[in-house]
Design a binder for this molecule. Structure first.
Ligand code: S3P
Length: 441
């Protein structure tokens, strides 16, 4: 079956209300924490994307049962450190860095050896960032060059650690927090700011975790070995998926969109802060707090005279998955935009900084690079008319989405490969695009 699409028309003016798919970070965390809870958790509106399905398959392999009735998953938690395996097993995390890093934390005390593997993209990503702290806990873990496959064998002699997480990676932070749950005593984690869903979910579960917000870091204290009860959770929409529709609307002609029920946790809101600094007027309406997370409807209108930005790098972590689509806005804005310290982008599903630059150059945008800093020369009159084909992007879902939004807002005749990559995070992406009027073949 063909795995590409064609787009040859810009999207026409639209005025719509949509819902995007559920939050991937929260979906994965809710399954993993439900696997450790005592009793049956009910999770509604779980994202049914490949990364999340791989998380469900993983807990199943570890002896945790679940079933789905209508739009609710019932996960029968076994309690902390009660994964039920009788022999060595292999877990396949597919494309998901979040699943791979977080599950290693939960396996800190596992009784039999577990081998962790992943797809081609995940197998070239760095795991030293989690191997190092796990070894300090006392976990037995081996790998080839700090990449997958990894073998982990839990320890009965775990000790709490004090650790400085300097990358600003929520995956590393969460891996450490999950390993700390299995450890006697209190682990102290000084963590550069990053998305805080794990901490918020544990607080909502009344787990003894204390988070002290400092200016640049969060000091997190986790008291290990406390059982917690099963829970109910209704997963809100994903701001990372919403970001493609935010930019689609912003760069289209006289259009408007309301994206309902999106998780607008501050640690994820970089895209909105950055775009509003560039002259957009994105509003959050009907704000409410749900289990510690902030939820709102995101309201966006098209904007013609966007301006460049000198993007403060303290926003990097809160926009880490959105930079590709932010670069597209910078390409249409007046003036030179500057983004700095983007090295983490090259550690994602593909080398997104390198590919993002290549992508922008291929559509005629002038761009300068100094190590991990870039300058994008914006051009408000940028329109495309030639033929374009995006190839060899390691099936990175976010590059697929970026290509679609570029075609629909700037024009040109596009052949876009690896349509199936959308299933990683946002399976109904094309369906929603069509619903608001996109012509896709
Ligand atoms: C995620 C954290 C981010 C992000 C990824 C999801 C998470 O990675 O890029 O898509 O759910 O914790 P890092 O924390 O490693 O930057």
């Amino acid at each position: 079956m063909s795995d590409h699409i064609f787009i040859s028309n810009k999207i026409k003016t639209f005025k719509k209300k949509i819902k995007v798919s559920s939050d991937k970070s929260i979906s994965i965390r809710s399954i993993l924490l439900a696997s450790q809870a005592v009793g049956t958790s009910k999770i509604k509106n779980l994202l049914e994307s490949e990364d999340v399905i791989n998380t469900l398959k993983t807990i199943k392999k570890l002896g945790v049962n679940f079933k789905k009735i209508r739009n609710t998953y019932y996960i029968e938690g076994l309690g902390l450190n009660n994964f039920d395996i009788k022999k060595k097993i292999t877990i396949n995390a597919g494309n998901s860095g979040t699943l791979a890093r977080l599950i290693l934390g939960l396996l800190a005390k596992i009784k039999f050896r577990v081998k962790l593997i992943g797809d081609k993209s995940l197998s070239r990503r760095d795991f030293s960032r989690v191997i190092k702290p796990l070894r300090l806990f006392g976990v037995n873990i081996t790998s080839r060059n700090n990449c997958l496959p990894i073998e982990i064998h839990g320890s009965n002699f775990l000790r709490p650690i004090t650790y400085n997480e300097n990358i600003g990676s929520a995956q590393v932070k969460s891996c450490i927090i999950l390993a700390a749950l299995h450890t006697p005593g209190t682990t102290i984690l000084n963590s550069k700011k990053s998305r805080n869903h794990t901490e918020l979910m544990l607080k909502f579960l009344n787990y003894p975790i204390d988070v002290q917000n400092r200016k640049k870091i969060d000091k997190i204290l986790i008291k290990g070995q406390t059982q917690f009860k099963s829970f109910d959770y209704d997963v809100p929409g994903d701001i990372s998926s919403a970001s493609f529709f935010i930019v689609l609307t912003l760069l289209s002609n006289k259009s408007q969109i309301i994206i309902e029920n999106v998780n607008v946790n501050r640690s994820r809101l970089g895209i909105i802060t950055i775009l509003n600094k560039m002259g957009a007027n994105i509003k959050l309406k009907n704000k409410k707090i749900y289990n510690g997370e902030e939820i709102a409807d995101v309201v966006v209108k098209s904007k013609k005279d966007l301006k460049s930005i000198n993007c403060p790098s303290n926003l990097n972590s809160s926009a880490i998955d959105e930079f590709l689509i932010i670069f597209l806005v910078a390409a249409k804005a007046k003036g030179i935009s500057r983004f700095q310290n983007l090295e983490e982008m090259n550690k994602k599903e593909s080398k997104r900084l390198n590919l993002g630059i290549k992508f922008l150059k291929s559509i005629g945008v002038k761009i300068e690079r100094f190590n991990n800093d870039i300058n994008i020369y914006g051009n408000p009159n940028l329109i495309l008319s030639k033929n374009f084909e995006m190839k060899n992007f390691l099936k990175d879902h976010r590059i697929f989405f970026l290509s679609c939004i570029t075609a629909l807002t700037l024009g040109g005749n596009w052949k876009i490969n690896d349509k199936k990559s959308a299933n990683t995070s946002f399976p109904n992406f094309l369906k929603i695009l069509r619903k608001i009027g996109a012509r896709i073949h």
